[in-house]
Every structure is written in structure tokens, then in C-alpha cells.
Design a protein around this ligand. Structure first.
Ligand SMILES: Cc1ncc(COP(=O)(O)O)c(C=O)c1O
Length: 369
């Protein structure tokens, strides 16, 4: 069936032509999920005698290459079922890139235009991916400007501002429906420690950490949730001080995570612990991941992995065994000219060397420096 195009600027919700469009759009999004396989839970090698297993849920294997594929699917279904996404009208999104790549894919799937509003510092590879999926990019000078620019563009075009930073936590089915948490627990079922001591996430919208934390509490698991936060993000201070007004004036260098304001979608009360991770340590950890698994990932993966390794060290020091899960959020080939470029690291005055040496010493001798 082809998607009918309606030229009207607004839509009569009971119009049979609109209802046919809506049904077909929802079918297309659901069919995409039905065709998709689950993402792998990989093991990170740790000395066997430690009795601690570390796993990485590889979200880079989604069709659009990041954990945001899940969120984009949920946001499109939420927007369609709420009657917010309309035929012929653009979907607009404020993003640090990964969500926009996935949303451009779903917009193309249902035949609506897509505009990504992003900071000018967003990696070139992500901009090209958005354009590859038929989207257009509206670049602003500072990450703080994306919200207002998106609201304005939606008003000017009669489009829908998706607003992941508000709706991520509520668009996702946190009780189950094969969400990321349910999938992790199902994949751990035959492991030595099927109930992880910790799950470590990072936060952009905060939607992933909210989904995992809510699911853990709902299923009455003992698992603790840690959110790892990079430099230039207000989430850590806002969580420690219980301050919903916390802000920072600068943009995060770890693409996808770290925000200038406490986003409405970030649910601090559901989280057990936060850790602040230096950017150099995030990048050292992601380089370590490549050496260990032969996989390049984005730097937000390193932020989570660094935190997870610190928790491994704490468990060891306390004489505990068990398992820890963290995420591979997106692939490293999107950032070859950043986190994998000596020139970029030098220009940003980031030296991952000492952190890399400390991590390698920890894996070799068990001592966390
Ligand atoms: C690469 C990357 N990692 C991690 C995250 C964090 O996910 P969430 O938005 O669910 O907090 C994002 C979000 O944009 C991301 O793009």
C-alpha cells in the first residue's frame, strides 16, 4: 500500500484518508521492529579468577547504528498515535546527532520531511547520515540554542517538534515490550550471575537510564543503576544537589551525552548512583575497548565502560563476585576525526595516555590507580 499524501495544512482527525495514512504509517514503523533482530550482549575480557563478568550490550548494530534507533521508533509511534505527526508536515528534532540519524530513517519510512537542529560541532559523519536518510540539518552555534530553534521551526512550518529531551522517558515502554532492560535480563539468563550487580548507562535525554531503572524496580531486581556523566554536563551536579535548575554554560565534548540543563526526560530519582568521568578517561576507555574487542565505538561508550571498570574495581576490593552490564552506544567510525584523531585530541588538550596506562595496569594487576 502506498502512503496517501494530504496537502491540507491541518487534518480532520476523523477524515478516512487521514486514518488510512495513520494506519499505514504505524504499520511501517511496527514492521521495521518486526524485521529487526536483538542486539548482542558481548563479554569484555576480565581475569577469570576475579569472578566478575562484564558485558556490553552492543546497540551499534541497530539499522541506524545507535541506541537511539529504539528511542526514535518509540517517539514516532508516540507522535503518530497522539495525532502529532501529520502527513506532509515536517518532523523537527533537537539532537546531538544520533537521535536525528534514527529519526531521519523513520521519517523517510513513513514519508514525512525531517529537519535536525544540532550544534555546529556535530560530527560530519552524522550530518552525512542524516542527509543520506533524506533529512536536512539546521546547525546552530551552541548546543543551548537547539530547543528554541526547534520550537521556532515547528511554528514556522506547521511541523511537529518531537522534543526527545522531554518525551524520551514517557514514549518508551519501561515495563517490558522487549525494551533494552528486558532484553539485557533475557540475555543474561544462562550466565553465571544472571542478575547484574550494576547496570551502567550514560545520559543524553536520560531516557535509557530511566527505562532501565524503572524496569529494574518494577521487576523487583536488586540491580543498582549507575549513570556516568562526562565533563561539561549538569546532570552530575543536579543529581548530587537534587537541583532541577542546575545548568552548565558549555557544550559536552562527548557526543550524545552530557547536557547544559537538567532535561525533563532525565529521571534522577530512579538512579542509584552517578559518576563523573573525565573526557580523557572516556576516550582512553574506548581505545581500550578497541584493543580488547576489536571494535571502535563512540566516546559515550567509553564514559560508561570507564565507570563500569571502576565498579569492577570496587567489587573486587570488597571481595564481591557478580556481573556488570554497560552499553556500546554507537560506532566509532562516526568519530574518526575526533576521538580517534591525534590532531583533534591535541587541539582539545586531551591526553588519554595516563588513563589508558592506568586501565591497562588495573586489568593486569587488579589495582585501581
Ligand atoms: C551516542 C550516544 N550515547 C548515549 C546516549 C544517551 O542516551 P539517552 O538519550 O537515552 O540518555 C545518546 C543519546 O543521544 C547518544 O547519542
Amino acid at each position: 500500500m502506498t502512503v496517501p499524501t494530504l496537502s491540507t495544512s491541518d487534518v480532520d482527525r476523523s477524515d478516512p484518508e487521514y486514518r488510512a495514512w495513520l494506519k499505514e504509517a504505524v504499520r511501517r514503523v511496527q514492521a521495521d521492529a518486526n524485521r529487526s533482530a536483538d542486539t548482542h550482549l558481548l563479554r569484555f575480557p576480565l581475569p577469570a579468577e576475579w569472578g566478575i563478568d562484564l558485558y556490553l550490550k552492543d546497540e551499534s548494530t541497530h539499522p541506524t547504528g545507535s541506541l537511539k534507533h529504539r528511542l526514535a521508533r518509540s517517539l514516532f509511534l508516540y507522535g503518530l498515535c497522539n495525532g502529532w505527526i501529520r502527513p506532509g508536515k515536517p518532523v523537527i528534532e533537537a539532537s546531538s546527532g544520533s537521535t536525528a540519524v534514527s529519526e531521519a530513517y523513520f521519517a523517510q519510512l513513513i514519508g514525512v520531511p525531517f529537519v535536525a537542529v544540532m550544534a555546529r560541532s556535530t560530527s560530519r559523519a552524522k550530518i552525512e547520515l542524516i542527509e543520506f536518510h533524506g533529512g536536512t540539518c539546521h546547525l546552530v552555534d551552541n548546543a543551548c540554542e537547539v530547543y528554541e530553534a526547534s520550537t521556532r521551526l515547528a511554528a514556522e512550518t506547521g511541523g511537529h517538534y518531537m522534543d526527545q529531551f522531554t518525551y524520551a522517558e514517557r514514549a518508551t515502554d519501561w515495563r517490558g515490550n522487549n525494551n533494552i532492560a528486558e532484553s539485557i535480563f533475557a540475555q543474561l539468563r544462562m550466565e553465571p550471575h544472571p542478575e547484574p550487580a550494576w547496570i551502567v548507562a550514560t545520559a543524553g535525554t536520560g531516557g535509557t537510564s530511566a527505562t532501565i531503572a524503572r524496569y529494574v524496580h518494577y521487576m523487583q531486581h536488586d540491580t543498582m543503576i549507575c549513570v556516568a556523566d562526562p565533563e561539561n554536563s549538569c546532570f552530575f551536579d543536579g543529581w548530587v544537589r537534587r537541583d532541577p535548575e542546575a545548568t552548565v554554560p558549555t557544550s559536552s565534548r562527548i557526543e550524545g551525552i552530557g547536557r547544559p540543563r537538567m532535561e525533563p526526560s532525565f529521571v534522577p530519582g530512579a538512579i542509584d548512583r552517578m559518576m563523573r568521568v573525565p573526557d580523557a578517561a572516556s576516550i582512553a576507555a574506548v581505545h581500550l575497548l578497541e584493543a580488547a574487542l576489536g571494535k571502535k565505538a563512540g566516546a559515550s561508550t567509553g564514559t560508561g565502560l570507564y565507570s563500569a571498570l571502576k565498579l569492577v574495581a570496587e567489587m573486587r576490593a570488597a571481595g564481591r563476585t557478580g556481573s556488570i552490564v554497560t552499553l556500546i552506544c554507537d560506532p566509532g567510525d562516526r568519530y574518526l576525526d575526533k576521538y580517534y584523531s591525534d590532531e583533534w585530541l591535541a587541539a582539545e588538550h586531551i591526553d588519554p595516555g595516563p588513563h589508558r596506562a592506568a586501565l591497562e595496569a588495573f586489568l593486569a594487576g587488579g589495582e585501581w590507580a
